[in-house]
Structures are given as structure tokens and as C-alpha cells.
Design a protein. Structure first.
Length: 279
């Protein structure tokens, strides 16, 4: 039996809120840095990405996988990158990680969830990724359409009929056992961090977004979600959800929940320190 070190959770550059540099050659270069031998292609259902895959990959008869078509050395893809000793170029596994959410003629063609309750439900961390990622895209590009869509998602989450009073969202806002279903502190922390950044942007009533973030952070810092030091595997936050449909990471701590919690705390501090200096 042959074993591989692989990363099968990859998004293409055509996915929402991902880097425009995520082409096949860039992914291959980063995989060598990380010591990976097999990578997935990300969601091949986007037609432009599918065309790139056809142009950049060739089938390998020996492994049944795909390898990068020879053009220029992969070392040219990342500034300062030098190939680690003994590193070989990775092979790629064709994958459809998430079904198409891409628009056609101005309308969404299909909705498909991997970690939410249902195709038509609102998976909370998916909403969080969207709010956070779209806000980041606006910051980096200045294109207002990203911010407008982020604000639309914020309004959706905070006006949803199942939004809890403490603003620590259920793992899916349409989960079947609300109000007794699992909460996801990771989604709440991610949204809080994004809200602090939104409150510094050119939006109507920016203080509203900070107030929402403050409420979330107050809840997350309470004993209901904040673990005592030395417990919870030394993680900060309790009660997160990875993927209930896959029966994985249910009501557990998650490292990215702590990341967004700490990032939100820093953003809150920076905003309030700046405000106090301006008084």
C-alpha cells in the first residue's frame, strides 16, 4: 500500500474570496514548500477553471493522477522560493469540492452545500466566510460591489428568524433542532472580526456594526463559551462545529475560532484606542 501526504481541501482562484494567484502552478509550488505529494484541483465545475486545468495538467499513466505540464520551473511562481532538497513536483487529483455556485445570466444556477444542513439552508460558517472574505476583497480592491454583498450577508444573518439573543449563531441557521441545536463559536468569532473592520469603512451608521461585534465578543468571552485556562485542550473557545454532515468536529474547540477571536480582540482594541486619542 502506498501512502501520500495530500491536501484535498483546495479552492480555485474562481471561488469566492480567494487569491487570484491560485492557479495550478502556484498551488504546485506551495505544495512543494509544504511537503505535499498530492493536491486536489479544487472545484472543476467552473468553466474557466476547467479550461485552465486542461491546459496546465497532463495525465500520468503510471499513477492515474495528473502532473503539471512542463513550461517554466515552478520556482518562478513564488518570489524567493527555492525547491527543497529532495522535493518532487506534486500530482493532482481532479475534484469537485463544492457544486457550482456561479452565476449565469445574472442568476444563481444551483446551490449545493457540503457542511450545511441542506442545499437551501444557511450554513453559519459559510456565511461567516462570505462576510469576512468579501470585506477583505473590498479592502484590497476598493470595488464597492464586494462590500455591498458583505453588508447584504450581515443583514441576512442578523435579521434571520433564528438569530439567537447572544449572537453566537447556530451551526446552521435552519438546523432542525433549534433552539436546542449546536452553536458555532467559530462562525461568531469570524463575523465579529469582519464587523469590526466594516465599522472602519465608508458605511451608513458604522457604529451599528461595532455594536453587533461587541455583543458577539461579550458572549464569546463569557463562561458559556470561553474556556478556563488549562482546560479545553488549551483552546480559548468552546462549542464550535466543523461538519455535522460528516460527523466531524462537533461541539469542540477549533483553532481558527481562536484565531478570529484574537483578531477581533485586536481590532476592537485598535478601534477604541484610536477613538480615545481622537477625543
Amino acid at each position: 500500500m502506498k501512502y501520500f501526504r495530500a491536501d484535498l481541501h483546495v479552492h480555485s482562484r474562481f471561488s469566492r474570496a480567494t487569491s487570484g494567484r491560485l492557479n495550478i502552478r502556484n498551488l504546485a509550488a506551495w505544495s512543494m514548500i509544504k511537503g505535499l505529494s498530492v493536491m486536489s484541483t479544487g472545484d472543476f465545475t467552473h468553466p474557466a477553471w476547467r479550461d485552465e486545468l486542461r491546459g496546465d495538467l497532463v495525465y500520468d499513466d503510471n499513477s492515474g493522477l495528473y502532473r503539471v505540464r512542463e513550461k517554466t520551473p515552478l520556482e518562478t511562481e513564488i518570489p524567493g522560493f527555492s525547491r527543497p532538497d529532495g522535493a518532487s513536483e506534486p500530482q493532482f487529483l481532479i475534484q469537485a469540492e463544492i457544486s457550482s455556485i456561479y452565476k449565469k445570466d445574472g442568476s444563481v444556477r444551483n446551490r449545493h452545500t457540503a457542511q450545511g444542513y441542506a442545499h437551501e439552508s444557511a450554513w453559519s460558517r459559510g456565511q461567516a466566510w462570505g462576510i469576512y472574505g468579501l470585506t477583505l476583497c473590498y479592502r484590497e480592491t476598493g470595488d464597492r460591489k464586494y462590500l455591498d454583498l458583505a453588508l447584504k450577508a450581515v443583514r441576512f444573518m442578523f435579521s434571520h428568524k433564528n438569530t439567537p439573543e447572544d449572537l453566537v449563531f447556530y451551526w446552521d441557521m435552519d438546523a432542525p433542532n433549534i433552539p436546542d441545536d449546536y452553536r458555532d463559536a467559530s462562525a461568531a468569532a469570524c463575523i465579529a472580526s469582519a464587523l469590526y473592520e466594516i465599522s472602519t469603512m465608508d458605511v451608513p451608521e458604522p457604529q451599528t456594526y461595532k455594536a453587533y461585534a461587541d455583543r458577539i465578543m461579550k458572549s464569546l468571552a463569557s463562561p458559556a463559551y470561553r474556556a478556563e485556562l488549562g482546560t479545553n485542550g488549551n483552546f480559548l473557545l468552546m462549542h464550535c462545529v466543523g461538519s455535522i454532515p460528516h460527523n466531524g468536529e462537533i461541539d469542540v474547540p477549533l483553532n481558527y475560532a481562536d484565531y478570529y477571536f484574537l483578531e477581533a480582540l485586536k481590532r476592537k482594541r485598535d478601534i477604541e484606542q484610536k477613538g480615545s486619542k481622537g477625543c
